[in-house]
Design a protein around this ligand. Structure first.
Ligand SMILES: C[S@@+](CC[C@H](N)C(=O)[O-])C[C@H]1O[C@@H](n2cnc3c(N)ncnc32)[C@H](O)[C@@H]1O
Length: 294
């Protein structure tokens, strides 16, 4: 299944790109927002696309492009060093569209999906570059830490039961595949929790993915460092897909406003239109927040 860009015009219009601007797109993905941004830039403009997953760049042809383009395989938490290495001090707009793209979810080698069997990595980038994978957490970390991850990063109500189930199962054999984990989660839950609309392993997978990629700390760092490189009048737009991420964006932006450094473009987050929701059900949880720097 192909990734569908979410809140395309809402996010790019919110950046208010002019033709000579320097724009950072921190989550290149399938290049959906990229193409729209590049279309607004002229010869003197500059587009910087970042993605921690190198395969993102293989899939996209940007076609006839006019501005300068830099595609950088790195984590957006390093936005400052990335800009330093390009000799860029300030930028006019920054976009981040968090999470994964459809192709990563479908990639059985990543282990993001509970719908297909694969190794339990859950890293956005190459697992070799990470300190630990989901398999390490599940097999080697303490039961109470696993429970805290599932509750703290995914608000899983049955975090303690699932952590207990994992620890019991790993005594028999090392847990190495997504389907093994799904079975353990299903066996740990009360029957009533199995009949919900969302898959019973959704939150377990979300919590582990956030922990493996250190997503929340990375996001806080990115907002702080990205905002400090934004020029006066520049906009930072962030699209989130779950409440924990959205809370971080909301609170970080609020701090910047309180410090007199910027203003919110919208009091409430921007969400998808009915039309977009019909075409792309994943968009239902998307929230866009934009801050403008003074
Ligand atoms: C939702 S997709 C972006 C889709 C893109 N905006 C588009 O329109 O095609 C998110 C992308 O961000 C990347 N990503 C996630 N966390 C990242 C991080 N910390 N640093 C850099 N890229 C990251 C993922 O690898 C994925 O390709």
């Amino acid at each position: 299944m192909q990734h569908k860009t979410v809140l395309l015009s809402e996010a790019v219009d919110g950046l208010r790109v002019s033709k000579n601007d320097i724009v950072v797109d921190a989550t290149f993905g399938c290049g959906g927002h990229a193409k729209e941004i590049i279309g607004k830039l002229g010869k003197k403009g500059c587009y910087i696309g970042i993605d921690t997953d190198a395969t993102a760049f293989n899939q996209v042809k940007l076609g006839e492009v006019i501005p300068r383009i830099h595609l950088v395989n790195d984590n957006f938490k390093n936005v400052s060093t990335i800009l330093d290495s390009l000799n860029i001090r300030q930028v006019n707009a920054i976009l981040a569209d968090l999470g994964w793209r459809m192709e990563q979810f479908a990639d059985t080698d990543k282990g993001f999906s509970f719908k297909s069997d694969g190794p339990l990595y859950m890293t956005f980038g190459d697992p070799k570059n990470y300190d630990f994978t989901a398999e390490d957490i599940i097999n080697d970390w303490d039961e109470h830490v696993i429970a805290d991850i599932l509750f703290g990063y995914a608000e899983e109500r049955f975090a303690r039961r699932i952590a207990k189930g994992i620890v019991t199962a790993r005594k028999v054999k090392r847990i190495t595949s997504t389907f093994e984990l799904v079975k353990i989660v299903e066996n740990s839950l009360p029957k009533i929790a199995l009949n919900k609309k969302i898959h019973p392993a959704t939150k377990t997978f979300q919590g582990l993915r956030i922990a493996v990629n250190d997503e929340l700390r990375v996001l806080e760092q990115f907002i702080k460092d990205g905002f400090s490189r934004l020029a006066k009048g520049g906009n930072m737009a962030i699209i989130t897909f779950h409440s924990i991420e959205d809370r971080i964006v909301k609170l970080s932006f609020r701090e910047l406003v309180k410090a007199g450094l910027g203003e919110l473009k919208n009091k409430k987050p921007i969400t998808s239109s009915e039309e977009e929701l019909k075409a792309n059900p994943r968009a239902r949880s998307a929230k866009l927040r934009i801050i403008k720097k003074f």
